[in-house]
Design a protein. Structure first.
Lengths: 188, 188
DNA sequence: GTCTATAAAGCGATAGAC
DNA sequence: GTCTATCGCTTTATAGAC
């Protein structure tokens, strides 16, 4: 019950973990209050829009992290091998090697998808664009580049699902390790 | 509000769609009542254990469908190419070519995972066992067979997530089409 | 900025008439 | 077997003291 945070900068990551663990529907204000050490009064002071605003800002921060740490580096690179390796390393770090789940994926599967459709769509679309264009710049034809990019994104999401379902994070690491050769293959 | 069903045989598929669309937490008895045309009294007559029993029986029926239509055929085949093709066709049909989501995956990602951990684990484990052993029987070494099987399962789950996130079911069909060559490749 | 108290609605579940 | 009414609790959200 002790006060854990001073401002929303420290608040959003705590909210993110609650949404990740319980989904949008399952993340109650009581759980959020426990995780932050804040009462409802304080929470509504920071987020007058309530739970929906909390989730929207959490998604915004996640989007921003990926933009800076993953999408932008992919866009500014012309050498696919190190760029893909850096992406994989960043993804592995972000998802704690399979111990952490993807909130965007969780929301995409749930009933709150419609509420956050724009953010969910944008997250995957910009990732897909950045990755497929990098591959295209390296000489892969556009259609193959698109296909390989979608394969990478869906592999990451599916590995998180399967790792959690079987309670075996190693599945995630193995899936990530498989990606670079598939993305960088000569034929295709 | 009209009565839609006569017994639980017709009831479970309706419940399944509600759980698929809203997740365990989001599937309220009101929604279930609307979908089935039944009042709470009738629902508790069929399922004295309430919502948890409803979800458990839905998972049981899903498990049974996959056991009969996918796992058993994989186990009883010694020719991997047609067996894999049949599995892909069955999966495509079951998930309505990407328009339908996987309830087991939805639950695996949510907070109700712990409640249904045994069913969730068993579903993926028996699929993985049946598929990897088929590949092993065809001459692929055990380790590679395991890896390819996990790749297939995670690709299906990830494709469902990405197809829903981008609102593009074609992603699912393309991902399925990619699987047979990857499962049946000679090298490895 | 944080709290408690509370409103209004919805939740899962139960009781009992028919 | 189905219904309505209702219980007890939790939910999101608000009001107002400090």
């Amino acid at each position: 019950m002790a006060r854990e945070v001073a401002d929303r900068t420290e608040l959003l990551p705590l909210l993110a973990e609650v949404f990740r663990a319980h989904g949008y529907e399952g993340a109650t204000l009581s759980l959020i209050g426990e995780a932050t050490g804040l009462g409802k009064g304080s929470l509504y002071h920071f987020f007058p829009g309530g739970k929906q605003q909390m989730a929207a800002e959490v998604l915004g921060e996640i989007d921003n992290w990926f933009e800076v740490n993953i999408f932008a580096p992919l866009r500014s690179s012309d050498d696919p091998a190190p760029a893909v390796a850096a992406m994989i390393a960043a993804v592995d770090g972000y998802f704690r090697s399979g111990h952490r789940v993807c909130l965007v994926g969780v929301i995409a599967l749930g009933a709150s998808r419609d509420m956050f459709a724009v953010q969910v769509h944008g997250y995957f679309k910009r990732w897909d664009d950045a990755l497929s264009r990098l591959l295209a710049r390296s000489g892969v034809n556009a259609r193959t580049a698109r296909q390989r990019s979608a394969d990478a994104l869906l592999t990451i999401q599916g590995a998180l699902v399967l790792a959690r379902a079987l309670d075996d994070p190693a599945i995630f690491r193995r899936a990530l390790a498989d990606l670079p050769p598939r993305l960088l293959a000569k034929a295709g």
